[in-house]
Design a protein around this ligand. Sequence first.
Ligand SMILES: Nc1nc2c(ncn2[C@@H]2O[C@H](COP(=O)(O)OP(=O)(O)OP(=O)(O)O)[C@@H](O)[C@H]2O)c(=O)[nH]1
Ligand SMILES: [Mg+2]
Length: 250
Amino acid sequence: MHFDLTVIIPTYNEEENIERMIITVDSICRAHDINEEILIVDDNSNDSTITIVKKLMVDRPFLHLIIRTKNPGLSPSLYDGIINATADLIQCIDCDFSHPPEKIPIFYHIIKNEGYDMVIGSRYVKGGEVINWPVLRRVLSSGAALLSRLLIPHVKDSGSGFFAINRHILTGTLLSPRGFRMGFEILGKAHWTRVHEIPIVFKDREFGQSKLKGRIIFDFLIQCGSIIKYNFIVRKSTNIIRAWTLFLHG
Ligand SMILES: Nc1nc2c(ncn2[C@@H]2O[C@H](COP(=O)(O)OP(=O)(O)OP(=O)(O)O)[C@@H](O)[C@H]2O)c(=O)[nH]1
Ligand SMILES: [Mg+2]
């Protein structure tokens, strides 16, 4: 079956959000004539997320489910979703409505028709913002965004989980997904030439629990080291230099 776009939704215990998210994404794609695959990548949730998805799959041939039992984590789940996606164009979106699903057709249009390799929903470009976040989350997220800009300076929000890619940029790339920042891993290592950011308003989740843990900071620092090594020691990529060139030359 041919799909125009694979929408990957990573889940862990999202029983309050999953049904509404699947129905919302599908109705938005239908309204814009996008023939989408929805791929749920679940880390073996112990609530009723998997049961709900299986029930919805009965009359939705575009809805697919991967249940993971090893190496849990958000980035490893997104990576599994990407390598199992049916379409060449791939959209990642959180399940908790923090990312506005109504923007999916904009990502799709830019990546399909304007030749961009990656489109990022950014909280830190003009028009983007974060609402309802506690001060500590704001400080940590802004700090990580600043540190990320030391490596990939032309992208303001490389940590966003709301992004779309053309899968061709991953050919021949060795990713080491860990932590929460899969987009940053792709920016640091994959073969992109053109990246675009669009503003998004990021809302804190209304339902369900956060899975963010303290070790996410540790994972991020390891990831920065891995991207530096990939660029300057293993020399499999020149993305850091390219990003700085793009930044300095506007
Ligand atoms: N498969 C999988 N999905 C995860 C994991 N951790 C989080 N997710 C999903 O990834 C998305 C983002 O996780 P969140 O817990 O919302 O993280 P966050 O947005 O940084 O934090 P809050 O919005 O405060 O909860 C959600 O759809 C989660 O269900 C994980 O370990 N495995
Ligand atoms: Mg969230």
